[in-house]
Design a binder for this molecule. Structure first.
Ligand code: 3H9
Length: 695
């Protein structure tokens, strides 16, 4: 017999219904059925006067069960269960601790009173899954707090804490004392008042002024996200609260919700949701391995990267020593950090007090000896093996036993760095992305032989720093940059074959990226790739010629594009276009035009191919890990699910055929489909079929 997901107890005349559906009380079919049954029973019990709806565990209710979406809906449906809760003849009070999100908040809105613990976090995050609230949220929330306040909550998906919820009127009370006792008191009070107040019958907040304020916000939202179907749907549903009766409004909301659930964009966002949770499970490392405590950190190198990493620590309250070789260098580094914080203060996103507190947590120092106290040392020095080895050899004699020694290298071999120490089990890579204080991605590079708890520590620390940490294997460029290089080579091939920089970029921005590869290279500085190629004895005809002309990108006012004073984006440069045409001619190629679709597949197929090799080599554990990396480090559009997910939607057979054709056309062996890609295509499978739950 399946476990019951709702327990019923009583305190005198009050029933306490406790939801218990670990881990986060998601509203799967069993819970919906139990909830409907328990509320119907309690509602019909003449010895009861009111009901408290509480929940066990760390969350109140995390919302609908996302894993049920995309499958045929199972009765009882959540909107119907909530209608029954609201229609209960006895008052129901929600006792909210932890997350009340999506359908979870909608349950609370169907109740007749709401009491929250300080740990409560309330929100309607459906928008992040490409959806809108689908169990009455778009109708009940505007009736509770007005559409002008409700709409921004639903549009951002950002949850609010208990204090803010009270201020908004989302909850009736917040208690730091016994939550159940407070909810029981509220239940007694409502029972003594007679008929429960039902939000479906409330309308006082839906005034003309509220409508006008909502319409202004809606117009602005549409302008900013015209291409997102759920924003228009959200506006339509909320507008229904003004124009339709409750039942009609609910029907419109339901129809819109079901349409959005079936949209491939929502399916992609759901894939991302689960992939971002899967990364926490590191293959081969048990859930019982504990992280080492991290109370103090040190960062070596106060350049842009090192400064940004130090800020990550200070931002979450971890004291950090920022180390350079000379006083002038550390002064520069600290000034740069101070200037970035100052910018946040000017923009209003940071208070001067918080800025001061954060600056106070960063201690500047000269010389590696200052790393002696640190529980973790992150090296962000010059990207050269000799430099790194020297630093790690010195650190070996300085750092305390058990300290994690991490390199922020983006390409170099981590075991070779570790070999400079006598403690390779404590050495790994922590690859931050620029700007380190902003970008979410953290590649945790796990060389063979590193201690399991060192990896777990880096992962836990990454999450504490607000990052999305993904474990990757050791290998040139790890995952993200290795695939980026495949795209960079593809760009070069396209330019020489006949496409122009603005056409290449337009194909990618049309796909949903914020920037194309040429604009991105111009922003990062073309000289960076040039230097790296030269160090490895590699060439790229167009990119090299642009650098030889001194066109390093935005910082020099020209690169692939022209950046006249005050221009917000690059403009076509006839000289660059002529230079590219000359290179095509020198290589004996007749330039031809490319459609946007063709450019896109020529840019993305080689990345997928490289991703397949990365999986074969075990550098990434799962296709979803690669997707998470591209979403959080390289601005891959979330609603496209990531490169490996995208490949599955295109069909691996089609990608194999296109790669073969390109390989034959160009004679470039790297374009030959990877064995894994070919095997999956032959079997009619996708990367998703590889997905395994790891230990
Ligand atoms: C919705 O409600 C639609 C309605 O309006 C209308 C319906 C008709 N479903 O994140 P964690 C799993 S849309 C299924 O690591 P935390 C998660 O996969 C929904 N599973 O914990 C993980 O599993 P595993 C709107 C879910 O403490 C485990 O629970 N709601 C769901 O760091 C632990 O998760 C949302 O979008 C779910 N809804 O954070 C909220 N939620 O261990 C989504 C979690 O196997 N959830 N799981 O990997 C969250 O934001 C966070 O999970 C939460 C807890 C803050 C609650």
């Amino acid at each position: 017999m399946p476990m019951e997901t709702v327990r019923l107890a009583r305190q005198g005349e009050i029933a306490i219904a406790t939801i218990d559906n670990p881990p986060v009380n998601a509203l799967g079919q069993a819970l919906r059925a139990d909830l409907a049954r328990v509320i119907a029973e309690a509602g019909a019990d003449p010895t009861l006067s009111a009901i408290v709806l509480a929940a066990a565990g760390r969350a109140f209710i995390a919302g609908a069960d996302i894993s049920e979406f995309g499958k045929p809906p199972l009765a009882p449906y959540l909107p119907d269960v909530l209608d029954a809760i609201e229609a209960c003849p006895k008052p129901l009070v929600a006792a909210i601790q932890g997350a009340a999100l999506g359908g979870g908040l909608e349950v609370a809105l169907a109740c007749h009173g709401r009491v929250a613990a300080p740990t409560a976090s309330l929100g309607l995050p459906e928008v992040r899954l490409g959806l809108i609230p689908g169990a009455g949220g778009t109708q009940r929330l505007p009736r509770l707090i007005g559409a002008a306040k409700a709409f921004p909550l639903m549009l951002s998906g950002e949850p609010v804490n208990a204090g803010k919820a009270l201020e908004l009127g989302l909850v009736d009370a917040v208690t730091g004392e016994d939550l159940i006792a407070a909810a029981v008191a509220q239940a007694h009070m409502l029972a003594s008042r007679g008929a429960p107040l039902r939000l479906s019958e409330a309308g006082a907040k839906l005034t003309a002024a509220d409508r006008a304020a909502f319409e202004a916000l809606a117009a602005d939202a549409l302008k900013k996200s015209a291409d997102l179907p759920n924003v228009a749907a959200l506006i339509e549903a909320v507008r229904g609260a003004f124009e339709l009766n409750f039942a009609e409004g609910l029907a419109v909301e339901r129809a819109l919700f079901l349409k959005l659930v079936a949209d491939p964009r929502s399916a992609a966002l759901r894939h991302v949701f689960f992939a971002e949770r899967e990364i926490a499970r590191v293959p081969g490392i048990g859930a019982d391995v504990q992280p080492r405590p991290i109370a103090k950190a040190a960062v070596i190198g106060a350049g842009t990267m090192g400064g940004g990493i130090a800020m990550c620590f200070a931002n979450v309250g971890i004291p950090v020593t920022l180390i350079e070789q000379e006083q002038a260098q550390i002064d520069n580094g600290m000034n740069r950090v101070a200037a970035i914080y100052e910018m946040s203060v000017t923009r209003g996103s940071l208070t001067p007090e918080k800025r001061d507190a954060r600056m106070a947590l960063i201690t500047p120092a000269v010389g590696l000896a200052a790393a002696a106290e640190a529980d973790i040392v992150i090296e962000a020095a010059f990207e050269e093996m000799g430099v790194k080895q020297q630093i790690f050899a010195a650190l070996d004699g300085i750092a305390k036993p058990g300290a994690i020694l991490a390199s922020n290298t983006s390409y170099l071999d981590v075991p070779t760095i570790a070999a400079a120490t006598r403690r390779p089990r404590d050495v790994l890579g922590m690859h931050f992305f620029s700007p380190a204080n902003v970008m979410k991605l953290l590649e945790v590079v796990r060389p063979q032989g590193v201690a399991e708890d060192a990896v777990v520590t880096a992962m836990a620390l990454g999450r504490r720093l607000g990052k999305v940490p993904v474990v990757v294997g050791n290998g040139f460029g790890f995952v993200g940059n290795r695939m980026l290089e495949a795209r960079t080579r593809a760009t070069e091939r396209l330019l020489i074959a006949g496409a122009l920089p603005h056409e290449v970029d337009a194909a990618l921005t049309g796909f949903g990226f914020k920037m194309g590869p040429c604009a991105m290279a111009d922003l990062a500085g073309n000289d960076i790739g040039w230097r790296s190629r030269k160090a490895r004895g590699k060439t790229a005809a167009v990119a090299d010629a642009i650098c030889e002309a001194g066109w390093f990108g935005q910082k020099t006012g020209r690169g692939y594009f022209l950046y006249p004073e005050g221009a917000r984006s690059g403009q076509r440069d006839p000289e660059v276009e002529a230079l590219i045409a000359r290179i095509s001619e020198e290589q004996g190629l007749t330039r031809r035009s490319f459609s946007s679709d063709e450019i896109l597949s020529r840019l993305l197929d080689p990345m997928v191919n490289e991703g397949a090799r990365i999986l074969e080599e075990g550098i990434a554990a799962r296709p979803g890990d690669i997707d998470v990396i591209w979403l959080n480090g390289y601005n891959w559009p979330a609603w496209r699910g990531g490169p490996m997910y995208w490949a599955d939607t295109v069909g691996l057979g089609a990608i194999v055929a296109r790669l073969e054709q390109q390989a034959a056309e160009t004679g470039d062996a790297t374009l030959q489909p990877a064995p894994l890609l070919r095997r999956l295509a032959d079997e009619g499978k996708g990367f998703a079929d590889l997905k395994t739950r790891s230990a």
